[in-house]
Ligand binder design. Sequence first.
Ligand code: SF4
Length: 451
Amino acid sequence: MNVADSEVVMGIMHSQGYRITRQVSQADVILVNTCSVRENAEQRIFGRLGHYRRYKHQNPGIVIGILGCMAERLRSKLMEEESVVDVVVGPDEYRKLPGLVESAAKGTRGIAVKLSRVENYDDIVPLRTEGICAWISVMRGCDKFCTFCVVPFTRGRERSRSVANAVREVGELSARGFKEVTLLGQNVNSYHDGEHDFADLLASVAGVDQSVRVRFTTSHPQDMSDKLIETIARYDNICNYIHLPVQSGSDRILGLMNRTYSSEHYRNLVKRIKSTVQNVSLSTDIIAGFPTETEDDHRMTLNLLEEIRYDGAFMFKYSPRENTPAFEMGNSIPDEVKVRRLNEIIELQQRISRENNQALVGRNVEVLIEGESKKSKEAWTGRTDTNKVVVFPRENTEVGDYVRVKVSSATSATLFGEPTNVLAGRPSGTTERAAIVFPDSAQSVQDRIDR
Ligand code: SF4
């Protein structure tokens, strides 16, 4: 989300004549886009400001801005306590940035942090500087109010862009040679532009150009409809990958988190997804050590991981955030217990990811080449539509090619293999539609869609 927002900010600044530099020492303006989801992310920004103070000392005319959720959350506190900061701009006020930067260059520090019910930057052309994969923000804000989360307070209420605008943007990206788009929102499943829901949006975007892969994130388990699951199954270029945050395996903790679903609802949803979308890959988010979490609650989370067998997970220890309802519950789990539980979760998930990946050894996977491998100039890295990273020799292939790769070895994070052939410029999909059957009926998804 912050990458997409930074591209919006770059688009706004670019339209006013600013240009990007890769050298911080050459910059006239330094804008730091921030995240408030975890305390650690905020601490890193304070560390970064100390670093920028040096540049300001060398060049007092430099303008330094703090953008994003931390700007919204801390507002004037940042101005009062951090003399190095010249402008503070929340996520819904980026249009004011050029004016504020101009004033700051003349010596007037400024702040703009008002949340909007309508701002979605629909008319701004984001400045995308590299790569073949693009983020497209299709909705902003969140109405869920999970008790641990600051997002509803820093990004405001949900609002969606129109399908027509998102489709237009994908068309432009396809014309420029982009090969993958990820539709973004805090909870894309509650997308609604007044006429169309998220399944409609996904189908429309997938129809723009079949050589462009479509991903989306993040899904809330409460709002994921059968219509959406069927849409994912229907289109070859909609990736068979769903990030479905569960947070905990314990119903008591899910209740305290205000996640609005039970573990049974979640399990049934996963069953429907797995039986409808062939070869689907799932990932999740887990929080270890939420207030009052017992060893039994923790074991329920481990059991859920064993049962679902996710391909990946973002796993964190609970980080109390001021002004959230969970903050009032206290931070009752000692840090060493949180760390131990988190390590158990990570260890288990790594084993499962490794086993899932090793089961692919000897099989062919379809990879979109994204760029050079970090470890070798002779190798490409890319991802399968199930979001697995694959590294393989370059041979006669290019970035943006779809390549079939035979997997020869695997770790928990990466598949390694040999390219067997270049595909005809578009994803073939791993979904054999005729084989998809609902658990509760003998009717195939395709039959249902056709009818
Ligand atoms: S759904 Fe996600 S963004 Fe919204 S409140 Fe819950 S955790 Fe935060």
